[in-house]
Design a protein around this ligand. Structure first.
Ligand SMILES: [Cu+2]
Length: 116
């Protein structure tokens, strides 16, 4: 009987070890995309953070303006208008594609939304 119990314990430990070493099947395919249904981009220090954002179709992105200077979120497909400190702009991306955007006032401020 002791041998049976010992065998059971060893088998359990071996099985547990195997499972813990198996990586999740989706680890490689999902790390680049933000899978949340609502994602935030911060505008501060004259930059968009993150500057490149990959999202799923149907995701709403909200930009929050934290600089004292006014900024815009502007592309050929959308335009926030002037955002002063504390203001936000949201857009839901229902189309697959790549959207480059910039601030109308500061040419160095650029960002990109990739919709998959
Ligand atoms: Cu700006």
């Amino acid at each position: 009987m002791k041998i049976a119990i010992a065998f059971f314990l060893v088998a359990t430990i071996l099985l547990t070890g195997c499972y813990s070493q198996t990586p999740p099947a989706t680890s490689n395919s999902t790390d680049a995309i933000n899978a949340a249904s609502e994602v935030s981009v911060e505008i501060s220090g004259f930059a968009f953070t993150p500057s490149t954002l990959t999202i799923a179709k149907g995701t709403t992105v909200t930009w929050t303006q934290k600089d004292a200077a006014p900024h815009t979120v502007t592309s050929s497909a959308f335009d926030s208008g002037t955002l002063n400190a504390g203001q936000t702009y949201s857009r839901t991306f229902d189309e697959i594609g790549s959207f480059d955007y910039r601030c109308n006032f500061h040419q160095s401020m650029t960002g990109k939304i990739i919709v998959q």
